[in-house]
Design a protein around this ligand. Structure first.
Ligand SMILES: Nc1ncnc2c1ncn2[C@@H]1O[C@H](COP(=O)(O)OP(=O)(O)OP(=O)(O)O)[C@@H](O)[C@H]1O
Ligand SMILES: [Mg+2]
Length: 355
């Protein structure tokens, strides 16, 4: 699937990479825009790192090509590409201070001393690290090390910065803070970011566009809103966010039938008289006064602070449906295990898949 954009800064064209019998990347095409924050998202082993390593030049594709602007870089050595790859293990030089870690890459380019000093000081300011300039990596927290690694990658002013699970080593709270910081930094320095993550929430929070990968192929590419609200297939629907799946069939009357209920949904060109699966998110199911919707029994309640997740057993599916209710809304009274409830589906938010 190629999501064409005009004047891409980076173009990946039907790239293939095999390791023995394993097809790690199976003909991926992708166009990345200038200044875009792009996320590659997918389960472990789907080929994310391999794709990034080919873009950076650490692996040579078995087929296809990679272009940076007008230039074919498929076979260029990594150091010949105006790209920078930030690995998950930060690989900071342990014997050097933060300042020296940042200066190192510029010294390798034999820049004048004065310019190096100015650029290091500026980058330390941008990344909020000035106060730590003379510390060694062992004297830093995980989040600080992460920022130094990022600063060191950014200071070289790459056209594109490739980040492989940059926040993987951080705890949840720091991770969330760094997600916003990364986004701010990217905006500030105006560099194209391609980030690899297997955390869907992270991709949705940070990226302008997301590509969802599985088994070396892109299943869907779009804005976070597009992939969340209009998932292209069952895998994407289940991979991104919480989702209820209901097996059933589309009748001759175009209604979706399961467990003795008939629901009106947008068929979106799907076949009638055939099996289908309906996908609906917990926030798109609402509680109704008893007797007016699909009957169910609350079998479990999970407290989430601002809202609660109800698990409601219905005739529609063997698994209870997840239903989100606001902690202050009308659903609170029903948010008790054992309560009898009535459910209504937001028809516009239902997605049907046949595959
Ligand atoms: N050097 C290698 N030799 C052999 N097989 C490899 C090599 N590198 C990757 N693979 C295989 O290619 C596939 C894709 O691996 P890759 O590292 O790209 O996955 P990933 O999406 O980055 O996964 P993770 O989220 O676990 O990092 C996997 O099946 C992996 O075992
Ligand atoms: Mg990886």
């Amino acid at each position: 699937m190629n999501d064409s954009v005009s004047n891409p800064v980076l173009s990946v064209d039907t790239v293939v990479k095999r390791f023995g019998k394993t097809v790690a990347v199976n003909g991926i095409s992708l166009d990345i825009r200038e200044n875009e924050f792009f996320a590659l998202l997918g389960p472990s082993g789907c080929g994310k790192t391999t794709l990034l390593r080919m873009i950076a030049g650490f692996e040579v594709p078995d087929g296809g090509s990679i272009r940076l602007g007008d230039r074919d870089i498929t076979h260029d050595a990594p150091e010949k590409r105006p790209l920078n790859l930030m690995f998950q293990s930060y690989a900071l030089f342990p014997h050097m201070t933060v300042w020296q870690n940042l200066a190192y890459g510029l010294e390798m380019e034999s820049l004048p001393r004065g310019e190096i000093a100015t650029r290091v000081d500026d980058m330390l300011k941008t990344t909020d690290l000035s106060a730590l300039a003379s510390r060694k990596p062992t004297e830093l927290s995980g989040g600080q090390k992460q920022r130094v690694a990022l600063a060191r990658a950014l200071i070289k002013r790459p056209k594109v910065l490739l980040l492989d699970e940059p926040l993987g080593a951080l705890d949840k709270k720091l991770r969330e803070k760094m997600q916003l910081e990364l986004k701010r930094l990217q905006h500030e320095v105006g560099i194209t970011f391609i980030i690899v993550t297997h955390d869907q929430e992270e991709a949705l929070v940070m990226a302008d566009r997301v590509a969802v990968l599985k088994d070396g192929s892109i299943l869907q590419c779009g804005t976070p809103q597009e992939v969340y609200e209009r998932p292209a297939n069952r895998f994407v629907a289940g991979f991104i966010g919480a989702m209820n799946f209901i097996d059933g069939e589309i009748g001759p009357d175009a209604l979706f039938r399961a467990g003795g209920e008939a629901l009106a949904c947008d068929l979106d060109g799907l076949q009638r008289n055939a099996r289908a699966v309906l996908a609906i998110r917990p926030e798109n199911i609402t509680l109704k006064p008893a007797g007016s919707g699909i009957a169910g029994t609350v079998v479990d309640v999970a407290y989430h602070g601002l809202d609660r997740q109800l698990y409601v057993k219905t005739a529609l599916s063997p698994a209870p449906l997840q239903v989100r209710v606001a902690a202050t809304g009308p659903g609170v009274a029903a948010a008790q295990t054992g309560a009898t409830v009535s459910l209504a589906f937001d028809a516009a938010a239902c997605r049907l898949f046949q595959e």
